[in-house]
Write a protein that binds this ligand. Structure first.
Ligand SMILES: N[C@@H](CCC(=O)N[C@@H](CS)C(=O)NCC(=O)O)C(=O)O
Length: 202
């Protein structure tokens, strides 16, 4: 299998962490999706990473689809409950983590790829509102539990960790740790895992 990705992408990081936790071997190919000669559309018509090229040459894209495929590939360290309420809760946590990232990335694009006069303060405030609401929802969902969902380490924790890690990487001034002590403790525990440490964005 080959994963096409970028070290700074939090969605790619989520897939790489799942690969590591499940001990799946793969080839990692870095791709600059913003380069004019990028070949990413051969694997994903939407022009985004991550994209996974399976052993039969077929391509799978969108991190949520990829991690679900990987979790079913081997029974080693199941990260998504097979059915029921726990399954939908884990997927909702993942949607929350990814949704925080969607807002953070839109905000960053507005801040870095537009001239100051072209930026929309209203649009940026809207995205920041989503980031803050997602952090609040994560903090109240986590409470003082050891894990986000299902009493064990799951994809929910991985998605939360990737979202918080991205805020540290791109928005260090946000200072979310002071407001959300339980998320700060959770992040510390997650970031100490080899799968997180080896994929930290630089
Ligand atoms: N929902 C997608 C989001 C992927 C995504 O937005 N990737 C970014 C990198 S962080 C990208 O490739 N952006 C290029 C673009 O939007 O053209 C997923 O979970 O895989």
């Amino acid at each position: 299998m080959k994963l096409i990705g970028a070290d700074t992408s939090p969605y790619v990081r989520k897939v790489r962490i799942v690969m590591a936790e499940k001990k799946i071997e793969y080839q990692y190919e870095r791709e600059d999706v913003w380069a004019p000669d990028s070949k990413i559309q051969q694997a994903n018509p939407l022009g985004k990473v991550p994209a996974l090229i399976m052993d039969d040459g077929g391509a799978v894209f969108d991190s949520r689809v990829i991690v679900e495929y990987l979790d079913n590939l081997t029974p080693v360290h199941r990260l998504i409950p097979p059915s029921g309420r726990a399954r939908v809760e884990v997927k909702c946590w993942e949607a929350l983590g990814d949704g925080l990232l969607d807002a953070a990335i839109l905000l960053r694009i507005e801040q870095t790829q537009r001239e100051e006069g072209q930026r929309s303060p209203k649009w940026m405030a809207r995205q920041m509102g989503k980031i803050e609401a997602a952090l609040g929802a994560m903090a109240s969902g986590l409470e003082d539990k050891a894990w986000a969902c299902d009493g064990k380490y799951t994809l929910a924790d991985i998605a939360v960790g990737c979202a918080l890690g991205y805020l540290d990487f791109r928005f260090p001034q946000l200072g979310w740790r002071a407001q959300y002590r339980n998320l700060a403790r959770h992040a510390e525990k997650l970031f100490a895992r080899p799968s997180f440490a080896e994929t930290a964005p630089k």
